[in-house]
Design a protein around this ligand. Structure first.
Ligand code: SAH
Ligand code: SF4
Ligand code: F3S
Length: 579
């Protein structure tokens, strides 16, 4: 087979980003090469998201654009991977005949063989199909060929073959190829797949299947291999990441590998006083145990994070482990979704507002230590306009945003998703205009809090993980982070486009500057002395740091002390302490 060039675009959450990385590694090992230019690809893959209608629309419009291209380039192979593929099923191919491959998130280990089949099928199909003189018929013929489909299907939760699917999916994570140059110092590691919570609005339990916990040995081994390749920050992933629990005795050994197991119905917070896991026994690894083990067994990992947490599953054991293990970050992403108990019930979230607040107070009592430079930062998610939401319900969400003091919140307008309980049982009765207004109001309330929190940090020095050149600067110069990362040279000139002089000087020293002017873009086209880097504190606050062009690339992927010098309009700027 001639070498194929793949364009892979990822939509949706971090779980999808990780899936794309794993898939790309696998395909690279098989000889496929990758391009960032879809026009140059023989294979176009979209790793899709289905969580809201808008996420799906982006993919539909991409597929629509490919129709013309495929009519002109019939050998082009198009694949839809991920949650949209799983949710829509084969109907998607009927609607979009450009699609050759569909592969759900639970079947990604099968992608190489699906792709190989699709490439061969299209090659022979193109060779066998003479162009039809009628352009419309010709197009239709050229678009259609046998499609390659791997989906778990709606029966996956009950299917006896599920275990086998999980086993090979585990191999996908285990076979991760880790490039020492491409990671920028940070990486995701999955600890749990799927979700069992069935919030009434959410597609994830249907697209990602049942909750399955990976064996701790596999996770720790992966962390060690990442550390060996130079990764210093790991983010553990799970839909309800803190619900992690692995029982050794329940695990099965197949072909010498410990196989993953499903979650057991259990909630640490149901124990008296949230003290310990009441069901804990020999051979059990709780989330607290896992965090402590990774921290202690992989010391080269300087930062350990985890997302997304479920408010009900935080026992004191987890909070203690975070407090007592210095390389675990003081950052929790704990979506509340709404501040109204009535809405929480309708959403099937399984907690009340007062339980949520009790958890937040407890977390802050354990973990908020600004005096040692480690304030606890919390972020949230909210849905506005869930069916029947009244002004009063909505005001309760505004009140919760103010009371919780999130550093930021992700705010979404309710989007009815086919297949969910809310879609089937509760009419989407909040008008779009009301949703939009509530979205803006909640955003404004959150922005005021975010601004206050940013200003509180001025004058403090934090260890900041330098992630790369700031997005604004990359955008202005049409350069990608990957291109920067691959340059070992200190010059930040890519494709003749210089990066530099348009960044203002954020001042020197560590003297607090409240509400400083945001730097304005200049006209420079020549590469120059200053590069604007962006990085994150342990609490996940984003800080911009100006660095001399001569040393900027060498700072990327490192944790450096930064003094926050100003905060304005949610933007925090700092300078390298001691530089
Ligand atoms: N597992 C995570 C969230 C996964 S989805 C958790 O439970 O916290 C990410 C976010 O998308 C959710 O927190 C929710 O705020 C939002 N979301 C999910 N389904 C949605 C829908 N149908 N409409 C609008 N927002 C939705
Ligand atoms: Fe969706 Fe709820 Fe599961 Fe999060 S916990 S993924 S919102 S069902
Ligand atoms: Fe989207 Fe699937 Fe993630 S629906 S948010 S890509 S789990």
């Amino acid at each position: 087979m001639a070498q194929r060039t793949v364009y892979l675009e990822t939509f949706g959450c971090q779980m999808n980003e990780l899936d794309s990385e794993l898939v790309a590694g696998q395909l690279r090992a098989l000889g496929y090469s990758f391009t960032t230019d879809p026009e140059r690809a023989d294979v176009v893959l979209y790793n899709t998201c289905s969580v809201r209608e808008r996420a799906e629309q982006k993919v539909w419009s991409r597929l629509g654009e490919l129709r013309v291209r495929k009519a002109e380039q019939p050998g082009l192979v198009v694949g839809v991977l991920g949650c949209l593929a799983e949710r829509d099923g084969v109907d998607l191919i009927k609607r979009m005949p450009v699609v050759d491959i569909m592969c759900g998130p639970g079947e990604l280990d099968k992608l190489p063989s699906l792709l190989d089949n699709a490439v061969r099928t299209r090659e022979s199909f193109v060779a066998d199909s003479p162009a039809d003189p009628d352009p419309d018929v010709g197009d239709r013929v050229r678009l259609r060929s046998a499609s390659q489909v791997a989906l778990q299907g709606n029966t996956s939760r009950r299917s006896a073959t599920l275990a086998a699917a999980e086993d090979s999916l585990e191999l996908l994570d285990l076979s991760r190829s880790i490039s020492p140059t491409d990671h920028g110092g940070t990486a995701y590691v999955r600890i749990t797949r799927g979700c069992n919570k069935f919030c009434t609005y959410c597609v994830v339990p249907f697209t990602r299947g049942a909750e399955i916990h990976r064996p701790p040995e596999h996770i720790i081994d992966e962390c060690k291999r990442l550390a060996d390749a130079g990764v210093i920050e790991i983010t553990l992933l799970g839909q309800t990441v803190n619900h992690y629990r692995f029982e050794q005795d329940a695990a099965v050994i197949v072909n010498g590998l410990t196989q993953p197991q499903k979650g057991r119905a259990y909630s640490p917070s149901s124990g008296a006083g949230h003290r310990a896991d009441p069901f804990r026994g020999a051979g059990v690894t709780t989330f607290a145990d896992l965090l402590a083990r990774i921290h202690d067994e992989v010391p080269a990992i300087e930062r350990l994070r985890f997302v997304t947490s479920y408010p009900r599953d935080f026992g004191d054991d987890v909070l203690q482990v975070i407090r007592d293990h210095p390389r675990i970050c003081r950052y929790l992403h704990v979506p509340a979704q709404t501040g109204s108990d009535r809405m929480l019930k309708m959403m099937n979230r399984g907690y009340s507002v007062s339980e949520y607040l009790e958890f937040l107070d407890r977390a802050r009592a354990f973990l908020d230590q600004p005096e040692i430079g480690r304030p606890l930062m919390v972020s949230g998610d909210f849905i506005v306009g869930f069916p029947t939401e009244t002004d009063e319900d909505f005001e309760a969400s505004v009140a919760l945003v103010r009371r919780a003091r999130y550093k930021n919140s992700f705010i979404f307008k309710y989007s009815p998703r086919p297949g969910t309980v809310a879609f089937d049982k509760i009419p989407d009765d909040v008008p779009e205009e009301v949703k939009r207004r509530r979205n803006n109001t909640l955003l404004a309330a959150q922005s005021a809090i975010s601004d206050e929190i940013a200003r509180e940090q001025v004058g403090r020095t934090f260890n900041v993980m330098i992630e790369g050149v700031s997005k604004q600067q990359l955008k202005r110069h049409g350069v990608s982070q990957g291109e920067i990362r691959r340059q070992n040279a200190i010059t930040l000139t890519v494709g003749g486009k210089g990066i530099g002089a348009d960044v203002g000087d954020c001042g020197s020293g560590c003297s607090p500057v409240h509400g400083g002017e945001a730097p304005t873009a200049g006209q420079a086209t020549e590469p120059s002395e200053t590069v604007q880097l962006s990085g994150r504190t342990d609490g996940d606050l984003i800080v911009f740091v100006d660095a001399p062009g001569a040393t900027a690339t060498s700072m990327i992927g490192r944790i450096l002390p930064v003094c926050v010098t100003s905060a304005d309009k949610l933007v925090m700027r700092g300078s390298l302490a001691g530089v």
